[in-house]
Write a protein that binds this ligand. Sequence first.
Ligand SMILES: [Mg+2]
Length: 220
Amino acid sequence: MLVPKQKPKAIITDVDSTLTERTTWYELTERLGGSSYAHADLFAKFLRGEISFHQVKKDLFKIWNANGPVHRDKLIEIFENIPLRGEAFSLINQLQEDGYTLCLISGSIDMFVTQIAKKFKINHHYGNSIFHFDEDGYWVELDYSQDEELLKMEQFNDFLEKTGFKEDECIAIGDGDNDRKMFGRVPGIIVNPKSDHLKELAWQEVKFLPRVLQLLESIQ
Ligand SMILES: [Mg+2]
């Protein structure tokens, strides 16, 4: 477990199940009229090595397109309506007011992460799945990096390089297994833990986001 040695300057936060209540992927599937259980089942099969990623994608597109092809505008509308935790707004606003640099590093959908970043004027943001559209604006493909933890590390390195912050000037907030490597590099605050592995690595644990502010204040 890493402990902060000085007041941090940058806060790196996960998005899904940290700032949102639920996984964005399942929200998306349901809002397109599909079953999040069928979606979860496909992904579990993939993780167990029973089906290829190519096959998962093919089956998922069938679920997503069950009510017809999905246009970019529809996705934008869906992402705008996916709720953040009520306390996420006040946390982000307060952190910005207090002068922290924020960075979103998420294994979630890049379009969604970008929309949150725009809403809060967060300059540094990284997602994972990149969506591709045909010339009429219909969603036809997605790129997904299967090693979410490794991708998060590459994105964190990019953030450090761009901003000039050192690792010991950062604190991370997250909830799940894909935050483990991050918590291995900077002190981590775990939100509503679902991952016991991450819990072991966390500096602190919070149930509600505003507690993060108190923890940051407590650092000498
Ligand atoms: Mg998460």
